[in-house]
Design a protein around this ligand. Structure first.
Ligand SMILES: *[C@@H]1O[C@H](CO)[C@@H](O)[C@H](O)[C@H]1NC(C)=O
Ligand SMILES: *[C@@H]1O[C@H](CO)[C@@H](O)[C@H](O)[C@H]1NC(C)=O
Ligand SMILES: *[C@@H]1O[C@H](CO)[C@@H](O)[C@H](O)[C@H]1NC(C)=O
Ligand SMILES: *[C@@H]1O[C@H](CO)[C@@H](O)[C@H](O)[C@H]1NC(C)=O
Ligand SMILES: *[C@@H]1O[C@H](CO)[C@@H](O)[C@H](O)[C@H]1NC(C)=O
Length: 396
């Protein structure tokens, strides 16, 4: 769907316009060669240093071609807005053991960054996925993420592809007013720990018209996620759009305001889900709204799971202390790949509050019979059509 010309998008075009007569730094003039062989990290570092010191808007231009990049860190604060126009393909080293930082390309402490141009970040993660296996052990090697944005504000990533990361594709932490527009994430269904976009402790993150195919959560929201808007986007394959897991660590910040609208989710292990650990630290998550979501062949399309305990790492019998409130699922339709299409499994100690189920139509074909809806420790307000009928079974 087309993005509404809302304030963020409009202001983005004004920001782009301000780069029209910006000083342009072509990375080839800093020694970058698109030969698929030589490392461009020095060239990018030099161009960044100059751009960051400039007192007027500056553009760093990376033309078409294949560039090897060992690692990059773009750090502010800078004096004026910076546009990185990436038309080429940046290629990471294959060997995951080669990295000294937790991410391959890091942007930090920058205000007014625009990253655009139709180019690609290729993490070459195959070797890392073959090694990591977090489902059998509780230890996940800390392989580098493709892109990290730390404390980046008033910024946009547009028309960029991020593929085959060794770990999470995108890590957004401490950011404010940050937009992803027509962002593509692409990794195979079998890749491990390759979340598309992970957001934590950030306020005002907008994900519009973006398409994510990966082996783990398409989008995962950690503690301190505030005012997160996901619209007109698709997910699948992958593990769906997830809030949490929450409650595992001390001093987690509340999650407040998550709006998922007009999205499609296909061939995933989950649809829209909120997960918290049992026997947890206290916490809260409120105002989470899912509307107009089309599911195709999705297991667990609608899921609140407050007994999330993979690999039996916790005492599932002690209830979660994360309080969930003001959660709505409206106009959610399509096909479920599991018998329990709607599952709201809330905490016995802190029942979910203000849950709304409205116009649900999820069908299932399988030996167990038609789709069912299972609930515990929640009494949702039910409206519109309900297929399956709401809460006819007790969730375990
Ligand atoms: C949000 O960021 C955009 C640039 O992406 C900027 O133009 C706009 O002014 C910012 N909005 C606020 C409220 O800071
Ligand atoms: C983001 O932009 C807004 C509006 O232009 C401005 O008030 C704010 O200070 C900016 N944020 C930072 C961290 O510079
Ligand atoms: C249904 O989704 C699963 C992944 O959850 C996938 O493996 C399978 O191929 C999909 N089936 C069809 C018919 O697309
Ligand atoms: C839940 O929503 C209601 C109505 O919008 C609001 O008054 C209330 O403060 C919200 N509760 C929480 C915990 O956010
Ligand atoms: C639910 O969806 C099925 C398949 O698309 C359709 O045939 C049926 O009429 C829908 N039911 C409701 C109550 O909307």
């Amino acid at each position: 769907m087309g993005v509404k010309l809302n304030l963020t998008v409009l202001s983005f075009f004004f920001l782009l316009a301000s780069f029209a007569d910006a000083l342009t730094l072509d990375v080839r003039n800093y020694g970058a060669k698109a030969d698929g062989q030589s490392d461009v990290s020095m060239a990018l570092a030099k161009a960044w240093q100059e751009a960051c010191a400039a007192t007027t808007p500056t553009k760093i231009y990376i033309p078409r071609g294949n560039y090897r990049l060992s690692q990059a860190s773009f750090k502010g604060p800078c004096k004026a807005p910076i546009n990185i126009q990436l038309e080429g393909i940046l290629i990471a080293p294959k060997n995951p053991g080669q990295f000294k930082q937790p991410s391959w390309v890091t942007f930090s402490y920058i205000n007014r960054l625009t990253l655009n141009g139709g180019g690609t970040f290729d993490g070459q993660g195959e070797m890392a996925w073959a090694r990591s296996d977090c489902s059998k052990t509780t230890f996940c090697p800390h392989y580098p993420m493709n892109l990290a944005f730390f404390f980046v504000t008033n910024s946009t990533v547009q028309d960029i592809t991020n593929k085959n990361s060794k770990q999470f594709h995108t890590n957004v932490l401490g950011c404010k007013n940050f937009t992803f527009l027509r962002y593509t994430v692409n990794a195979p269904e079998t890749s491990l720990n390759t979340d598309g976009i992970h957001i934590g402790r950030s306020d005002g993150v907008y994900i519009y018209d973006s398409h994510i195919k990966t082996g783990d959560d398409c989008i995962s929201l950690g503690d301190g996620s505030k005012n997160i808007h996901i619209e007109g986007s698709s997910c699948g394959p992958g593990h769906g759009i997830s809030i949490g897991s929450l409650g595992r660590y001390k001093n987690e910040e509340p999650v407040v305001g998550v709006y998922v609208k007009h999205c499609t989710i296909s061939n995933t292990q989950n649809g829209v889900r909120i997960k918290t650990w049992p026997n947890s630290e206290p916490g809260t998550a409120s105002d989470m709204h899912f509307e107009d979501v089309i599911m195709t062949n999705v297991s667990n399309p609608v899921l609140i799971d407050q007994v999330y305990c993979p690999w039996n790492q916790c005492s599932a019998s002690i209830p979660s202390r994360v309080k969930l409130s003001n959660v709505s699922f409206k106009n959610i339709r399509g096909t479920s790949a599991s018998h329990v299409a709607v599952k709201l499994s809330c905490s016995k100690a802190y029942p979910c509050n203000g849950v709304v189920l409205q116009d649900i139509n999820l069908t299932y074909k399988g030996p167990e019979g038609p789709a069912i809806s299972a609930c515990s420790n929640v009494n949702p307000k039910v409206g519109g059509g309900q297929n399956p009928k709401a809460c006819t079974t007790k969730a375990v």
